[in-house]
Design a protein around this ligand. Structure first.
Ligand code: SF4
Length: 361
């Protein structure tokens, strides 16, 4: 495979946060070593020649012991092309000077840091294993090793948070001089501590107040919104994530990763035993043309730039107005979507889900 966007999932965490249901398990060195051996086999079988982008996510990539992380980075450096975007997710709980050195040595040029909140009491009530001072240290280390393209993740709509603590988190985040910010509202998933405790996020009106405050403040500080939850200084958008939103193919490696190749989507196993046995893929979905059309619309409308109508028509060898001959005139006439520079755009991204329902058959 040449020039493939590559995602690598590290399925371990040192703490399990109360709101999270990503594929992860408590970090144990012996399991991480078993995982690494299996990963080497999967990587070899895929015969990747070069990666367009690399994104190491999780779980917590930085939960790995330094020697295991280094082995992983050595493997991935064989497909890295100089100048391409290469991102790693960092949990400040598990970052150190040695890890910063490793990132620099193996060409990682972008980091996504889980800030979440700058209020230590809130971090504790979310089950996070770090404090705000750990975030500050993480940023200082990245800067020391010339990795100045970093993003900060911020969460809102959880118990104990107030508009004042949220405003303080936003201000503290901006003081850390990020190039990119991601803002997520809490969703309660099954199999999480919050779900079991019956915790609920804020109601929609309160969430909207928080979201609008963040939007305005980010804009006032030179960040533009390019996706529902993502904000960047010009030129610092996540190239890897744009591949998802543009509905291009990508390869996901390791337990819990997904891939999209051609007309198929693949979900990898979440079981270490199965992964070790070489049963990497758990489910294969055959995507119908109609599925793919909906998915492209769903992903691209998340972007401020919207869906390129030419791209849609060329990709599916059709005319979007023919395919959605009732939905599109309806949405256009009520003003919830509009067309600009041959792109279909959503007027208010806060009501995106309501609009997407209209595209379902
Ligand atoms: S939020 Fe991140 S660090 Fe926390 S449990 Fe989930 S994957 Fe692990």
């Amino acid at each position: 495979m040449i020039d493939i966007p590559l995602y690598v999932h590290v399925p371990f965490c040192r703490h399990i946060c109360f709101y999270c249901d990503f594929c992860h398990s408590f970090y144990k060195r012996e399991n991480a070593l078993r995982w690494l051996e299996a990963f080497k086999r999967e990587f070899k079988e895929k015969a990747i020649k070069s990666a367009k982008t690399i994104y190491i996510g999780g779980g917590t990539p930085t939960a790995l012991d330094d020697d295991i992380l280094e082995e992983l980075l050595i493997i991935l450096s064989s497909v890295y092309t100089k100048g391409n975007e290469y991102t790693i997710e960092i949990n400040p709980e598990t970052f150190s000077e040695n890890k910063a050195k490793l990132l620099k040595k193996y060409h990682i040029n972008r980091a996504s840091i889980g800030l979440i909140s700058s209020n230590d009491e809130e971090l504790k009530s979310l089950g996070r294993g770090h404090t705000f001072s750990d975030v500050i240290k993480t940023v200082e280390l990245l800067k020391k090793y010339d990795i100045d393209n970093y993003s900060l993740d911020i969460l809102y709509s959880y118990p104990d948070q107030t508009l004042d603590t949220f405003k303080k988190t936003i201000a503290d985040a901006l003081n850390l001089e990020p190039k990119h910010l991601s803002l997520y509202s809490l969703t309660i998933e099954e199999n999480t501590v919050f779900y079991k405790k019956g915790i609920e996020p804020f109601n929609e009106d309160i969430e909207a107040d928080y979201y609008e405050y963040a939007l305005k403040t980010f804009e006032d500080h030179g960040f533009y919104q390019y996706e529902v939850s993502n904000f960047a200084q010009k030129g610092y958008e996540s190239k890897h994530n744009l591949i998802y939103w543009h509905y291009e193919d990508f390869l996901g490696l390791s337990m819990g990763a997904s891939s999209k190749m051609g007309h198929k989507r693949y979900d990898n196993t979440r079981s270490l035993d199965e992964y070790e046995n070489g049963n990497y893929i758990k489910t294969v979905y055959d995507l119908s043309k109609r599925d793919e059309m909906f998915e492209m619309i769903m992903m691209s409308l998340r972007l401020k730039e919207g869906l390129s109508i030419k791209r849609f028509d060329d990709h599916f060898k059709t005319d979007i107005f023919k395919e959605y001959n009732k939905t599109l005139p309806k949405l256009l006439s009520e003003g919830s979507v509009y067309i600009e520079d041959d792109h279909l755009k959503v007027k208010d991204l806060e009501i995106l889900n309501t609009i997407l329902i209209e595209f379902l058959d």
